[in-house]
Ligand binder design. Structure first.
Ligand code: DLL
Length: 436
């Protein structure tokens, strides 16, 4: 079987060539960050490292890590390396208390991003002329716009349907003869459920490929969607801080892995406790350094995603290293309908409301393929009232504040004082009942 490749001379370069491209770009990227961003210059100086000290790829270990906290501390533009009038796009990521983190792209960055997306689409068998229906949200989430421009670059017709309005999605798949669906796996599952309830016939549908990502996609879920919709789906990985989708993509020859776009990202796998490199092929936390970012350089970003990386050649012909699908993280981040939520965001919101105890529980369920979040909120005795209307207003106010902060709608249930069970005095803050 021949697999089409978007940039064959880069995607099938020898390991030596890839390392040499990476080293050249790494040197430039480190100098760029040092010269243009005060924060990097101060940190590198503190660590006693100058850009000229980077002589091999392993020398990256001389540099300090960055993490989400750094992006918060420098909010909104403290890590930007180009004048703001050269920045063409901002995106942001949820999952932090208070302000989100902000990232920016100039024309060069957007061009690189589209190449990375066109690559992962080709890996899944998408070809110019395909008709791609977008069910990722457009907005601050990187999924919608990221995939949109990359697919246009590949030569696809893109229908920017966005997420929601599932019956309209089905109508468009049928009427416009769509061939590619872009969605989070949980939303794709939901489309499948709605299709079943309205008698949609997938056997007659023109849909051929699903491009998924943004959250873990358990193999059983992928297989279920593939067999329901009669399509082939790939699962693609990325994160806002280093670009968005496009960091790595699944090819059709190695279904449990994703090829990292190694000419654009230098990867390390480290022990989450010590920060030291794990042995080759060992499991650890993925650390990424984008090699081609001008507006928003990021050096040694701690993703908190656990994986292992292998460099053996792949049957698809690509030589870029493959990371195992991410199934878990080193922190407690939850992904709910594609939105990142930390339990401490809920804790912070509740801490600001009088009459509420610090004990709560986030309960996650899955209703017809869609994640749902309920929050059990324990009351202090003084907040109890006999008036149903007063309690209901209070409940709605909490739900509104949670929505503002986490960007996810939650059903709030008020619980009497001491009503949330403690085990050995400890509250279990998350109960995740979603299909694993
Ligand atoms: O989810 C970017 C993206 C959009 C990737 C669309 C693919 C498709 P964030 O919202 O910043 O960015 O969330 C990033 O989501 O650190 C992982 O923990 C998780 N994640 C993203 N893709 C996958 C995946 C986008 N395919 C965080 N498998 C990451 C497992 C994923 N986890």
């Amino acid at each position: 079987m021949a697999y089409p490749i978007f940039q064959p001379n880069i995607e099938t370069a020898s390991r030596e060539e890839i390392r040499s491209i990476q080293l050249e770009k790494l040197k430039t990227q480190v100098s760029w960050a040092y010269d243009k961003v005060d924060w990097y210059r101060a940190r590198f100086d503190e660590a006693g490292v100058k850009p000229a000290d980077i002589q091999t790829l392993e020398d990256i270990r001389l540099l300090p890590f960055t993490d989400k906290q750094v992006l918060r501390d420098t909010y909104p533009f403290g890590l930007f390396a180009v004048p703001l009038n050269e920045v063409l796009r901002l995106h942001s990521s949820s999952g932090t208390t208070g302000k989100p983190i902000v990232v920016g792209y100039n024309a060069h960055d957007l061009d690189v991003w589209s190449d990375c997306i066109a690559r992962l689409a080709q890996m899944a068998g998408v070809v110019p002329g395909d008709r791609a229906q977008m069910a990722f949200g457009y907005g601050m989430f990187t999924g919608g716009f990221g995939l949109h421009y990359g697919l246009e670059k590949l030569g696809c017709m893109v229908v920017p349907a966005s997420s929601g309005n599932t019956e309209r999605h089905l109508m468009m798949i049928e009427d416009y003869q769509m061939t590619v669906l872009i969605a989070t796996p949980s939303y794709a599952m939901h489309i499948g459920e709605v299709a079943e309830s309205c008698g949609f016939d997938w056997e007659k549908s023109s849909l051929r490929v699903g491009l998924f990502g943004g959250e873990p996609c358990p193999p059983a879920l992928k297989q279920e969607i593939e067999s329901t919709m009669h399509i082939t789906c790939t699962d693609n990985y990325g994160l806002t801080e280093v670009m968005g989708p496009g960091v790595s993509g699944e090819c059709l020859a190695s279904r449990d892995h994703q090829h990292i776009a190694e000419d654009h990202f230098l990867w390390e796998v480290v022990d989450p406790e010590t920060g030291n490199a794990v042995e080759e092929g060992g499991e650890g936390e993925l650390v990424l350094t984008p090699l081609d970012k001008q507006a928003f350089p990021v050096i040694r970003y701690r993703t908190h995603d656990l994986t292992r990386v292998i460099c053996e050649p792949c049957a698809c012909g690509r030589t870029h290293a493959r990371m195992e699908k991410v199934r878990s993280r080193t922190d407690d981040m939850l992904i709910i309908r594609g939105t990142n939520v930390y339990p401490r965001q809920v804790a912070d919101v509740l801490a600001g409301i009088a009459g509420v105890s610090p004990h709560f529980r986030i309960v996650l369920d899955n209703d017809k393929g869609l994640d749902t979040m309920s929050v059990l909120v324990e009351l202090e005795p003084e907040a109890l009232s006999d008036s149903f209307a007063a309690m209901d207003t209070f409940r709605k106010r909490i739900a509104e504040k949670l929505k503002q902060n986490t960007l996810v709608s939650a059903q709030v249930k008020l619980v009497e004082p001491n009503g949330i069970e403690r085990t050995f005095g400890k509250t279990k803050y998350v109960e995740d009942n979603r299909k694993k």
